[in-house]
Design a protein around this ligand. Structure first.
Ligand code: C2E
Ligand code: CA
Ligand code: CA
Length: 746
């Protein structure tokens, strides 16, 4: 028991100690920062040094005025200040303002360097400017070497000489750092963070040493009055030191421990200078002030550092969110585009040997339904990592859902896809998913979105084939793709300008071949492309989820034409209208139908709704509900293309239809293949046993028609009885007796 408590206490204390340690580690900046945070801090330092350089320039100009007015001008003729003699006017000027001028040049160099850095200018102009200012710093500091022996500074103290030498050397090193940095940026085309940190550190050193030097000289130099008496009252002019220190501490923030080391070093050394000068000690009050000042400054540096780091971390998170996909953790499309554009800016030939890939994990949705969304999300994240791993050093990103995009080299892309395929197979663990990849050879000035669309298009073409994994965009696909873009971009105009019309194909009773209805089929007669087949534009409109626009318009057109026929006392027959599966998601079919039927006062019996079989297998719940509703409203529902899909029989079992339209593919090889007849026979018996009527499409020969009549198929449709025709021609066929209307239309 005792041991247990002891252990628990020990654990508790251990935990507290660890927490305190980790707090201190954070407080003093010992943790490892990410590259982003380091850059953020460095950029903040560079921005600060621009302000600092500006303030120093102003201060030093003021100082030069002051020195000129106070010392140079009065001494100009006698060349004598106090007890000091100058051999020339140049020496007089140099002695009083040389150092200030050099400090201004350093600050100008820093100012220009900072501006170019912030504006990301790495061209010739910035290189020349930086080099000129950097060289001036070096040359001027060399010029000032003789000044060490000037009387102003030659008071014989070693400290004074040492500080002078240190200031000049730091200024020369600063000049070298500026030149080195701009050389690197010019030739490498990018900045080097370490070099730019070095520039800032040098600038900080210049400022601090300048503060020490000027502060100390003012403090230490005995001032000789005009009457020749030495002013033994020391002028404790340490304000310059304190000003510089404050500047550096508040503006140039390094990691807290570095700042503290720098500040401690400089305060201790300067404090020793002051204490030891002339063997006099600090007054106690001064010492307290001095230490308080030091403590305040260190606290300020820590606090500013933490403010900056919090800002940096927030910023990093924002940048991360903007560039990474939250579900999978890999890059998003925004990042994909910006990274490629950045590469292109530097090298316009970057895309020359590259291939865009669109990757689709087919059948992924079934995983969500089988195993739940939680599993699906994790699974997708693993797949995303697989994509990244299969294309190392390439650009990859998640587009949306189970779609990814990659930019890879043309050389060796097959191997990388093979690796991905293996990885996907491993992940699948018995689940049925398929990898499909579309490729598009990149072109220089092509929009990235469009390039990915083309790769996606190529991928879409092999979606339904089992064996093919990769399909590359080619000239043939390009034609189709261009057409597809045309369809999408021009649908609205085609509707508005009436390029899309309804053609009607006769439906007849099989016993007397008299007309009992018509199927309305969309026709797009385009001013540029001429006739565009619905087999081309319907799938495109479905893929792009625009199909409801067409079908709503068709419904409008058909009901208007029925109303016109009614108004003009022309015969009207029931019309079958084609609806796509997506219409039931994208529009309120019942509402649209009722609106028009009521508006034009039509009979609901005269509108048949055709829904294709494949639509039913894809969204059974929603469709079943809608079918029931429409049935209740009084519309007849016809099952289109029966037998063309994979689940025909179960469709018959699960839904109720008025008429089953048997797909025209059953009539291919009608004469040669004996099984055709048996199959048709069975389908028709099955439908009638289930209480549904039948219609066979694509009837082209008399033999087919006779046979279908014999086995009891109620309605027939096909070229034998008429091709789809515009309303006027359809009416003509009726009025000139080529088509005879049945008395029984329902
Ligand atoms: P579908 O509903 O199965 O329409 C029958 C298609 O077979 C029509 O092609 C028609 O012209 C053609 N056809 C009719 N009789 C024969 C024949 O004896 N022999 C042969 N070889 N073909 C025959 P179309 O007009 O090209 O339409 C193709 C498909 O486009 C339609 O198939 C339908 O699924 C879709 N579609 C047409 N109009 C619309 C529409 O307004 N809305 C929607 N959603 N889909 C439409
Ligand atoms: Ca149809
Ligand atoms: Ca059909």
């Amino acid at each position: 028991m005792v041991i247990y408590i002891y252990n628990a206490d020990f654990k508790f204390i251990g935990g507290v100690v660890m927490k305190v340690l980790s707090f201190l580690k954070d407080l003093f900046g010992f943790r490892r920062d990410s590259k982003y945070v380091r850059k953020h801090l460095n950029d903040a330092n560079i921005r600060s040094s621009i302000y600092m350089a500006f303030i120093i320039i102003c201060l030093e100009i003021w100082m030069i005025f002051r020195q000129t007015r106070k010392y140079i001008r009065p001494a100009w003729d006698t060349l004598k200040v106090g007890s000091y003699e100058y051999s020339s006017k140049l020496q007089l000027i140099f002695g009083w303002v040389g150092l200030y001028c050099l400090f201004i040049i350093c600050s100008l160099a820093m100012f220009m360097f900072g501006l170019f850095y912030v504006l990301k200018k790495r061209g010739k102009k910035s290189f020349i400017t930086n080099s000129v200012f950097g060289s001036l710093c070096i040359i001027w500091s060399l010029l000032l070497i003789p000044e060490i022996n000037l009387p102003t500074y030659n008071d014989g103290t070693l400290i004074n000489k040492t500080t002078t030498i240190m200031v000049y050397s730091s200024m020369a090193v600063f000049g070298i750092s500026i030149i080195g940095n701009s050389l690197y940026s010019k030739f490498k085309g990018k900045d080097n963070m370490l070099l730019s940190i070095f520039v800032i550190v040098c600038f900080a050193a210049v400022c601090l040493l300048f503060g020490v030097k000027v502060g100390y000289s003012d403090f230490a130099n005995p001032f000789v009055k005009d009457d020749g008496n030495v002013n033994i009252q020391k002028i404790k002019m340490i304000t310059c030191f304190l000003t510089m220190i404050t500047f550096v501490a508040c503006l140039l923030i390094f990691k807290p421990y570095i700042s503290i080391i720098m500040l401690t070093g400089i305060f201790v050394v300067f404090g020793m200078f002051l204490e030891n000068y002339d063997k006099r000690e600090f007054l106690e009050a001064d010492r307290i002030n001095y230490i308080t000042f030091f403590v305040s400054l260190t606290t300020i540096t820590i606090s500013i550092y933490h403010q900056r780091i919090t800002e940096a971390l927030k910023d990093e998170q924002l940048v991360h969110d903007a560039n990474f996909d939250s579900l999978t953790g890999i890059h998003n499309f925004h990042n994909f585009v910006t990274s490629i554009n950045q590469k292109l800016e530097k090298n316009p030939a970057f895309l020359d040997d590259k291939l865009y890939l669109f990757i689709n994990i087919c059948n992924f949705k079934t995983i969500n339904t089988q195993k739940g969304f939680g599993y699906g999300d994790k699974f997708l994240a693993r797949l995303a990592k697989d994509v990244e791993a299969s294309f190392p050093r390439d650009f990859s990103a998640r587009l949306a859902d189970d779609h990814f995009c990659v930019l890879t080299k043309v050389d060796g892309y097959e191997d990388k896809i093979a690796v991905l395929e293996k990885l996907v197979k491993c992940e699948a663990e018995g689940l049925y998913i398929l990898l499909k990849v579309g490729g598009y050879k990149a072109e220089r000035n092509e929009n990235i979105n469009r390039a990915i669309d083309k790769a996606r298009y190529a991928c879409g073409k092999i979606k339904k084939t089992y064996a093919e994994i990769y399909n590359e965009y080619n000239a043939e696909l390009d034609k189709l793709f261009t057409m597809r873009q045309y369809i999408v971009n021009n649908l609205d105009e085609a509707i508005e300008k009436g390029y899309i019309r309804a053609h009607y194909q006769p439906v007849v009773w099989s016993n007397d071949k008299k007309l009992c209805g018509a199927e309305a089929l969309a026709r797009w007669i385009d001013p540029i492309y001429g006739y565009i087949s619905p087999r081309d534009f319907i799938p495109v409109l479905e893929e792009t989820r625009l199909i409801h626009k067409l079908d709503e318009y068709m419904l409008d057109l058909i009901t208007k034409e029925m109303k016109n026929a009614k108004d003009n006392n022309k015969p009207i027959v029931p019309v079958s209208v084609n609806f796509s599966r997506l219409d039931f998601e994208l529009m309120d079919v019942k509402k649209e139908l009722n609106e028009r039927v009521n508006k034009y006062n039509l009979d609901k019996n005269f509108i048949h709704i055709e829904i294709t079989e494949s639509a039913l297998s894809e969204n059974p719940v929603l469709l079943n509900k809608t079918i029931e509703e429409l049935n209740k409203e009084g519309y007849a529902i016809w099952l289109d293309d029966f037998g063309s899909g994979y689940s025909s029989l179960s469709t018959l079992k699960d839904f109720v239809f008025d008429v089953v339209k048997i797909d025209m593919k059953f009539l291919t090889n009608f004469e040669k293949n004996e099984k055709t007849k048996d199959t048709l026979d069975c389908i028709i018996s099955l439908a009638s046993r289930l209480g549904m009527k039948t219609l066979t499409e694509g009837v082209e020969t008399q033999a087919e028609a006779d046979f279908l009549n014999e086995i009891g198929c109620g309605r027939l449709q096909g070229y034998l009885f008429g091709k789809p025709l515009p309303i006027d021609e359809f009416d003509n066929e009726i009025s000139n007796g080529n088509i005879e209307i049945s008395d029984n239309l329902i």
